[in-house]
Ligand binder design. Sequence first.
Ligand SMILES: [Fe+2]
Ligand SMILES: [Fe+2]
Length: 190
Amino acid sequence: MAKARQSSERGNAANDGARETPDILSLLTSDHAEVRAAFDDYERLGEDSAKASERQELAQRICRMLTVHATIEEEFFYPAARAAGVDPDLLDEAKVEHASARTLIAGIEAAGPDERLYDAKLKVLGEYVNHHVQEEESELFPQVRRAKMDLHEIVMPMATRRAELMQAGLALGHSSDQAAKSSADASAMG
Ligand SMILES: [Fe+2]
Ligand SMILES: [Fe+2]
């Protein structure tokens, strides 16, 4: 009996082959981990009194990663979660938090690494992002898992959009204008 169940489980696993690609929540979670690691790197650079140019380069990378991440969440993930019946208040709060993070990001992008408050700005952004990510992972994602939402459907378009935004940012050496514009367009659409 147990043997039959085992082999049927193996059968299901084989049938699920097409679903082995990461789902939307794993993709977002790995983005979160990547940005958290970048903030840790920044803190280490500060302790090592690294050159201003190194700190600025990393700070700009962090800002770019965050802007792109927030944009794809707003364009794909949040609308899909809303349509699946996830608590709209939670999604509204997340969007407002993105807007506040963008204000902090703009402050960093407009500042020079030698500015007295530069490191403090990075630190506050890091703490703010930590709080936001924690809410997404502990409140929003569990709701999404419970909702009847296809966790694979938006993976490809979202990954494509992310690559496109990162590319645009690298080409310009400055992604936030592009990404912020896309996000404003997305916000205008609802
Ligand atoms: Fe978010
Ligand atoms: Fe996120």
